[in-house]
Ligand binder design. Structure first.
Ligand code: ZN
Length: 439
């Protein structure tokens, strides 16, 4: 493969006003699929992503040891329902896949309302929402129901059926490598194990797919690795199979909850002062977007695994409203109305800006370090004062010349000067062209 492998599929124009709509339609396309940490729903999702980008789909057999964990048996579901004695489906998997506790074992039984209620989950505080529940590592079964529907259930003999299978199979995940000029990598990881939930899951999948498409079309210094993996077990599995890749990862981002209307949130890497942390904070700070930051904590998404002590990778987590901090989280209200095309597009553009910064963040050396070089005789200094744009350009050059001692990166200089990275980068390009700066 050449360093500039391009993706032949539909071109992505990051500046197109329709971009948000395109990302949103991809979320809508994936929304009905019943995903889990294994199984055909996950596989179908990866195949749909593979129609946009040349994704490699990996299959890891059940029972494979992955560090302290074991790849679980594969879960698939065809149908599930609860019928009353008249034969009406009072709960129907076909209406919403959230109605079944994800990873429920197969059952077929008759039971009273009291017995049934022991297997029903609802949200009394939000009586119209269906909760999302899972039982990955514990063999059980259950249904999720809105409180209003639960309250309407009469004394009766019910028939509960879950036509699922839990058998030896595979754990599937998707991986895409976009080679760059250097083998050093930027990792982008997103989880794809949730069923019909839009912000937590689908927004990250869709934005990451479009980012991979856009980056595939442009020259790259870094090599990019995109992972579409089931939460927790996916990143553990990937890390256990790719320990030799880990030292090449220079920067990484876990992307999730990318489509709600809230501001951005960035959770720093475990290191807390990695280049990715500074890069994201710089871009957010100059973006005009509302944002908050938090220090690393060992709870959240797959950054927990990437930042486990043996790896301690420079991987942070970028979201809009973080997991658990919006009431719709893990409920049927995290639906297509909860996210917006505009928010998806803004997350996409912010990520591209972060990658662009990392691509251009180099450390230069001033070739004329004994006092300031005479900029005027090189046509780099204005003859008349008072032109704001020229003043900014000159200040940027002075900062770059002063701090380019082989120790400070352009991002360090941007931070110290309080100027935008773009202005500093432009100054460096200009000075390099005039033979005053070298890598
Ligand atoms: Zn979740």
């Amino acid at each position: 493969m050449t360093a500039q492998t391009t993706i032949a599929a539909t071109k992505v124009d990051p500046s197109s006003p329709k971009l948000g709509q395109l990302i949103y339609s991809f979320v809508s396309e994936l929304y009905p699929i019943c995903r889990s940490i294994t199984g055909n729903g996950l596989r179908e999702t990866l195949q749909r992503i593979g129609e946009k980008i040349p994704l490699q789909i990996r299959e890891v057999p059940s029972g494979t040891p992955v560090f302290d964990w074991t790849v679980p048996r594969e879960w698939n579901i065809r149908d599930a329902y609860v019928k009353n004695s008249r034969g009406d489906r009072v709960l129907d998997f076909q209406r919403s896949n959230l109605h079944v506790v994800n990873y429920s074992v197969p059952i077929r039984m008759r039971l009273s309302l009291r017995e049934l209620k022991e297997h029903l989950h609802s949200l009394p505080g939000h009586p119209d929402w269906i909760p999302y529940r899972t039982s990955y590592y514990r063999e059980t079964w259950g249904f999720c129901i809105s409180q209003r529907e639960l309250d309407g259930l009469q004394e009766d003999e019910y028939e509960a059926v879950i036509e699922s299978s839990l058998e030896d199979g595979h754990l599937s995940y998707g991986e895409l490598l976009l080679p760059g000029e250097t083998p050093e990598e930027i990792l982008v990881s997103t989880h794809c194990c949730h069923p019909s939930l839009c912000n937590d899951n689908l927004s990250g999948i869709a934005v990451a797919s479009f980012l991979a498409q856009a980056l595939g079309q442009q020259p790259r210094r870094y090599t990019y690795r995109f992972l579409f993996i089931p939460g927790t077990i996916g990143s553990i599995t990937w890390l256990s199979r790719n320990e030799e890749v880990v030292p090449r990862i220079r920067h990484g981002l876990v992307l999730a909850c990318a489509g709600d209307r809230g501001g951005f949130a960035y959770k720093k890497s475990r290191r807390g002062n990695a280049e990715i942390d500074h890069a994201i904070l710089h871009v957010l700070n100059h973006s005009g977007e509302a944002y908050r930051t938090s220090d690393f904590s060992p709870y959240g998404y797959d950054e927990r695994q990437y930042c486990s002590p043996a790896f301690d990778l420079p991987v942070g987590c970028l979201t809009r409203t973080p997991h658990g901090q919006f009431p719709e989280y893990h409920t049927s209200a995290d639906n297509l109305d909860f996210i917006s095309a505009e928010a998806l597009a803004r997350t996409f553009r912010l990520c591209l800006e972060i990658f662009d910064l990392l691509e251009h963040n180099r450390t230069y050396r001033n070739l004329n370090p004994k006092c300031e070089p005479q900029l005027g005789k090189r046509g780099l200094y204005r003859e008349l004062g008072g032109h704001a744009e020229a003043e900014t350009r000159e200040m940027a050059m002075l900062w770059v010349l002063n701090l380019s001692d082989g120790e400070n990166s352009l991002l360090d200089i941007a931070e110290r000067s309080g100027m935008r990275f773009g202005a500093i980068q432009q100054a460096a390009t200009n000075l390099e062209r005039h033979g005053l700066l070298t890598l």
